[in-house]
Design a protein around this ligand. Structure first.
Ligand code: SF4
Ligand code: ZN
Ligand code: ZN
Length: 313
């Protein structure tokens, strides 16, 4: 993006014999674009990703997991703009100011785009994630991830949605791939695909934003005046994934297009060879809550048992 030279014209406008100045240069695609064509380009890319991976159609009921950040709000906005039937689900994590601010922005946005949003307060259905983490002695972000996955799946089913869309962007996907490649963690890599089919108690999960970078997403939100939370969760400081993202962005600076090539080539060349790894896990139903699990009792029910026993002592 920093490569935009003064006086560069939008390539698409140029092809149409209009000479609008470019406001952005996408080095990965060697594409200078004006505001209007950048918005079209990004929306079209999301649409193509949805079609390429057969994520959903116009008759599906989609629940978008909205955190209040630029990616999830923009995705929600785009899906509705493209004519899909998409409502929102916000998991309020109970992290003081961060959760209050995110919650208000999500509510405000749902009014703006006139779509329904469900708010689940973790504190009401379980407890504040900081407390759960302390009692269970598990890292906070790991608890947070487990809780979000569990409640998003559970409520999507309860509220009658057949697809859950999350706004993982290209930087998230590349950081995840990179981290798991460093460890050769084949089990995690085998689940790294833009679509996870539903069944056995799971709702279908899709990532329509998987080919959009964080920078492209931020610019799209800015151009469309999408009001999102501008600061990170206070617990994200020193997170490994942020370090991987920074590292990969340096690679991208040196080799434009490295992120999208790394991701696309994994999907094309590696994923098919690995996917059988994940199907080896036998799923069953949690005897306590009925949600899918690989053990007799799911992680959330085990956590709840431990948590409430310790708190009663
Ligand atoms: Fe959850 Fe915050 Fe950790 Fe992200 S950084 S996983 S939102 S606790
Ligand atoms: Zn243009
Ligand atoms: Zn359970």
């Amino acid at each position: 993006m920093s490569y935009l030279k003064k006086g560069t014209k939008c390539l698409i406008c140029k092809n149409e014999n209009i000479k609008n100045p470019a406001v952005i240069f996408l080095p990965a695609y060697r594409l200078p674009l004006c505001k209007e064509h950048f918005i079209n380009w990004l929306e079209n890319r999301v649409k193509k990703t949805i079609e390429e991976f057969k994520m959903f159609g116009k008759y599906d009921k989609i629940l978008v997991a909205v955190s209040g950040g630029k990616d999830s709000l923009s995705l929600w906005y785009i899906l509705n703009k493209l004519g899909y039937n998409a409502d929102g689900l916000h998991i309020n994590l109970g992290i003081e100011k961060y959760s209050n601010d995110s919650n208000s922005l999500v509510l405000k946005f749902s009014e703006k785009i006139k779509r329904k949003v469900f708010i689940i307060e973790v504190e009401k259905v379980f407890d504040r994630i900081e407390n759960i983490s302390k009692v269970s002695k598990r890292p906070l972000c790991s608890i947070c991830g487990t809780i979000k996955r569990y409640y998003i799946n559970k409520y999507a089913k309860e509220f009658g949605y057949n697809v859950v869309a999350t706004a993982h962007n290209l930087d998230d996907e590349v950081a995840f791939l990179f981290g798991n490649t460093l460890e050769w963690n084949l089990n995690y890599l085998s689940r790294q695909y833009p679509v996870l089919e539903g069944g056995n108690g799971f709702v279908k999960k899709v990532k329509p934003y998987c080919k959009i970078t964080e920078k492209e997403s931020a610019l799209y939100a800015f151009f469309n005046k999408i009001e999102y939370i501008k600061y990170e969760c206070p617990f994200s400081i020193n997170s490994t994934s942020i370090k991987y993202k920074k590292f990969f962005s340096q690679i991208e600076e040196e080799f434009p297009g490295a992120k999208i090539r790394f991701y696309n080539n994994f999907i094309k060349k590696i994923y098919n060879k690995l996917k059988d790894e994940s199907s080896k896990e036998i799923l069953r139903t949690c005897i306590k809550c009925g949600e899918p699990t690989i053990n007799e009792i799911c992680t959330i029910c085990v956590l709840k048992e431990k948590y409430f026993c310790k708190n009663l002592k």
